[in-house]
Design a protein around this ligand. Structure first.
Ligand SMILES: Nc1nc2c(ncn2[C@@H]2O[C@H](COP(=O)(O)OP(=O)(O)OP(=O)(O)O)[C@@H](O)[C@H]2O)c(=O)[nH]1
Ligand SMILES: [Mg+2]
Length: 565
């Protein structure tokens, strides 16, 4: 099944590839064909289709429609008791509608689990004998850490046709006569004692109460408008502190953090005792609860990885990530362009001697996913893993020849940890939505350092670098300044079997030329020849990366310190 789907993807790629511009191939060509909008749109649709085919659930942009809970209605009731024929009004108030919160959660990595429509819990209605309704429980929506929440303005939401409660009401009542209109407006706001509606609306006390209600409603509407002038903006890049003070009361919502308030629930309606006055002893009306607040938000996920890999398709970014994590990061590797469709984050754990967790020694092969899986399946069928111990069963410090530093042994000596994001391939004119576009670069906006990965075996790796730098700049001015290193990948293809001195000489010259180009055009970046497939020079790469992350974290700390003082 897996092989079948892979084959299908390969085929679709060949079709894709024939329609792609020439510079997408391993050898970038400076001549660029012209694109028409129709072609770009078609390619975009195809990419979206390909994304869905893979069953990928990664989502990094979402429009969410949030409405907090509606308040419960007030109640009209009178106290009944033996020998007390005319008891006082005893209708309880409605409960408050539930608030909606967003809680940044570190273990979520995609927005696909966030519902696009969120409705808060309603408050329950008031009841007789002065029983108030229960407040709606707060609704906590978990969003991934790194989400940027922005409230959409009225103009932006126009195309979604979202209406607040007043606009919806006005639209529904547009064709009615003034009397019918008033009846409907009242029915939405008042609760009457059975059969007393006509009597109530004639009463001066009701009219007075109604005037107050309209006034309050107008004030609320103005308040709502004022709030929209100052739209909500939240950058959820720090996990919530869930340790609350010891003296905080017990119960849900008190002991654990709810996150950030997005929409507060509607107020509950007032029961009939609220309308009791000296000359109106038995009010037979109550108000209904208020509708919840409506907020339309745009959610953008900016993955928080310390290092972002930037490279053209097929440069070997995914192979590098797999090699650095010992295959734990499940990023697909194949020999066609745009294998990786969404960012994948891996964790690199470095020990005190500079060795990282996935290290299998110089020369350990990290091949294409399909080949590795076939090899694994074959070994399994031969019974190679029949009596091997699981990670937890292995004694601490066991050296089983596979890797000297896995499992618990590594846990004891880990000294530093950072994350790397493998990204889809970036191509020339990605800023015009060619290929996968460059929207995924948003996940790299926050990376502490960027690392270029180029295919060193290609004829002109420097051209690739130029394109990458330009695309980063097109996405965000100044972004390329965060690049710290150039990884000249696939260096193994240049040296041959290592016995031909001419080949080695040529490779050295090419590396010199690349370093010169980098020095002249990109600035003082480290240039390191690497073979991700055969794990050459990887410890050096990790050492450098660790340096960048330490530097950047230090600088970040320094820049934050004056704020705290
Ligand atoms: N010989 C050699 N081949 C490599 C090396 N690194 C990657 N490859 C091969 O290059 C091809 C592409 O590798 P990927 O890791 O999928 O490349 P990518 O940059 O992630 O590509 P996209 O996901 O399409 O952007 C695969 O066939 C790899 O086996 C290397 O160091 N040496
Ligand atoms: Mg990839």
């Amino acid at each position: 099944m897996f092989r079948l789907s892979l084959q299908r993807r390969c085929h679709s790629f060949t079709r894709n590839f024939s329609s792609l511009p020439a510079h997408v191939s391993a050898a970038p060509v400076v001549e660029e064909p012209t694109y028409n909008l129709k072609e770009v749109a078609r390619r975009k649709r195809r990419t979206e289709w390909k994304r869905r085919q893979g069953g990928q659930t990664f989502l990094d942009h979402l429009i969410v429609h949030v409405r907090s809970g509606k308040g419960g209605d007030g109640c009209v009731a009178f106290h009944r008791e033996l020998y007390k024929p005319f008891g006082p009004p005893s209708g309880g108030n409605g409960g408050r509608g539930g608030d909606v919160y967003f809680l940044p959660t570190p273990h979520l990595t995609t927005l696909s689990s966030v519902p696009s429509r969120v409705r808060g819990n309603p408050g329950s209605h008031g009841q007789g004998t002065w029983q108030g309704g229960r407040n709606g429980a707060p609704l906590v929506v978990k969003v991934p850490l790194g989400t940027v929440v922005r409230e959409l303005t009225k103009e932006e939401t126009a195309k979604y046709n979202f209406k607040d409660e007043w606009e919806a009401e006005e639209e529904a009542l547009a064709d009615l006569s003034p009397e019918e209109r008033l009846d409907k407006l009242r029915a939405k706001r008042w609760v009457h004692y059975p059969r007393y509606q006509d009597d109530n609306v004639q009463r001066a006390e009701f009219k007075e109460a109604e005037r107050t209600l309209w006034k309050e409603e107008r004030a609320r509407r103005i308040e709502r408008k004022r709030r929209t002038l100052n739209p909500l903006f939240l950058d959820l890049d720090t996990a919530e502190d869930t340790t609350l003070p010891d003296d905080s009361p017990l119960g849900p919502g008190n002991r654990e953090s709810l996150g950030h308030l997005i929409a507060s629930g509607g107020a509950g309606g007032l029961g009939n005792p609220n309308f009791l006055s000296a000359n109106h002893r038995s009010p037979k009306f109550a108000t209904r609860g208020h509708e919840g607040e409506l907020v339309v938000l745009s959610l953008e996920l900016k993955i928080l990885a310390d290092i972002g890999l930037v490279g053209m398709p097929n440069a070997g970014k995914s192979t590098l990530l797999r090699a650095l994590t010992g295959g734990r990061a499940k990023s697909e590797v194949a020999s066609y362009a745009f294998t990786t469709l969404n960012p994948v984050v891996g964790v690199i754990r470095v020990a005190n001697d500079g060795i990282f967790e996935g290290w299998r020694g110089e020369g350990a092969v990290h091949d294409e996913t399909r080949i590795e899986e076939e090899r694994h399946l074959e070994l399994m069928e031969q019974g190679a893993f029949a009596d091997s111990l699981t990670r937890n069963q292995k004694p601490i410090g066991a050296d089983d020849g596979d890797t000297a530093r896995v499992g618990h042994d590594f846990d004891l000596i880990e000294e530093f940890r950072f994350t790397i994001a493998d990204n889809p391939g970036l191509i020339s004119r990605a800023s015009e939505d060619v290929g996968l576009g460059y929207s995924f670069l948003r996940s790299m906006e926050r990376s502490l350092a960027l690392v270029y990965v180029v295919d060193f075996s290609g004829p002109a790796p420097w051209d690739e670098l130029r394109v990458l730098r330009d695309e980063l700049e097109a996405y965000q001015h100044g972004m390329s300044a965060r690049a710290r290193m150039v990884i000249a990948n696939k260096a193994d293809l240049l040296g041959g079997d290592g016995r031909d001195p001419q080949m080695i000489e040529d490779a050295k010259r090419k590396l010199g030329k690349l370093a010169e180009f980098v020095e002249d055009e990109l600035g003082p970046l480290d240039v390191i020849p690497v073979s991700s497939k055969f794990s050459n020079n990887l410890t050096k790469v990790v050492g450098f990366m660790r340096g960048y992350v330490e530097d950047a974290r230090e600088r970040l700390k320094e820049s934050r310190e004056p704020e705290n003082e």
